[in-house]
Ligand binder design. Structure first.
Ligand SMILES: Nc1ncnc2c1ncn2[C@@H]1O[C@H](COP(=O)(O)OP(=O)(O)OP(=O)(O)O)[C@@H](O)[C@H]1O
Ligand SMILES: [Mg+2]
Length: 231
């Protein structure tokens, strides 16, 4: 069963009399354990596509199945439930809550999902440990480096063990060394835990780590690498 099956996804934005078509018929299938990168110039619609696949936005036309379930006709409540259970998100800016420690930021999604405090804490500690930031568990986001903040954000995205991670420019705000740390963690999670990843990035080095790479241009995707082969 595919994790994502997107068919004929179109998305236009209207402003006044003008209509801007950003996605003009995207087909994309992502299987369990895939690592797919979408690259392309700024403004070509990478975030728009990730938001639609991540159920944060709806397409103007098209069909979207997640884990085999059609999800465009679900109620807002069911959409939010599916999103929270099934998908983890990481963005360019970490969006950690400034008044909470790293540990609390990672615990929060578990608590929202109904885990006990002790279970949430042990899950959060094990993720911080895995990402080698356990020594920063009691620091606040503004006391962390950019790379550490992004590792905490990744731990938070994975707190409820989603099968599917959507990462929109996760290294866009980091220097080369910190980008490399995030790159390594994403690859490790994909290989060791079979985490399915959909990534948007300008960073060609990061995109090349994916198993499949697509270029988004003119509202369409074209494959530039599939399973290790550059096309
Ligand atoms: N809510 C919106 N209303 C109107 N236009 C929008 C909206 N969201 C995105 N757009 C437009 O859609 C186009 C694609 O934007 P998007 O953010 O998806 O690009 P991107 O490829 O992610 O760019 P970047 O690499 O800079 O992050 C842009 O021209 C943007 O202005
Ligand atoms: Mg973007």
């Amino acid at each position: 069963m595919a994790i994502v099956e997107a068919k004929g996804i179109k998305r236009s934005f209207r402003s006044g009399d003008e209509e801007l078509t950003v996605l003009s018929g995207i087909d994309l299938r992502i299987n369990p354990g895939d690592f797919v990168a979408v690259t392309g110039e700024s403004g070509t619609g990478k975030s728009t596509l990730l938001h639609i696949i991540g159920l944060l936005d709806r397409p103007t036309e098209g069909e979207l199945l997640l884990d085999g379930r059609g999800c465009l006709s679900l109620s807002d409540e069911k959409t939010a439930q599916l999103r929270n259970r099934f998908i983890g998100f990481v963005f360019q800016f970490h969006h950690l809550l400034p008044e909470f420690t790293s540990l609390e930021n990672v615990m929060l999604p578990c608590l929202v999902a109904g885990k006990t405090f002790e279970d949430a804490k042990s899950r959060a500690i094990s993720l911080l440990d895995k990402f080698e930031i356990e020594s920063r568990a009691y620091h606040f986001p503004n006391q962390l480096s950019g790379g550490e903040q992004q590792r905490v954000a990744l731990a938070r995205a994975l707190a409820n063990s989603p099968q599917f991670l959507i990462a929109d420019e996760p290294t866009g705000n980091l220097d080369e060394r910190h980008s490399h740390e995030i790159e390594e963690l994403l690859c490790r999670m994909n290989k060791e835990e079979n985490l399915t990843i959909l990534l948007a990035t300008h960073d060609i080095k990061l995109a090349e780590r994916a198993k499949r790479v697509y270029l988004l241009t003119g509202g369409m995707l074209s494959a530039i690498k599939s399973e290790g082969k550059v096309e």
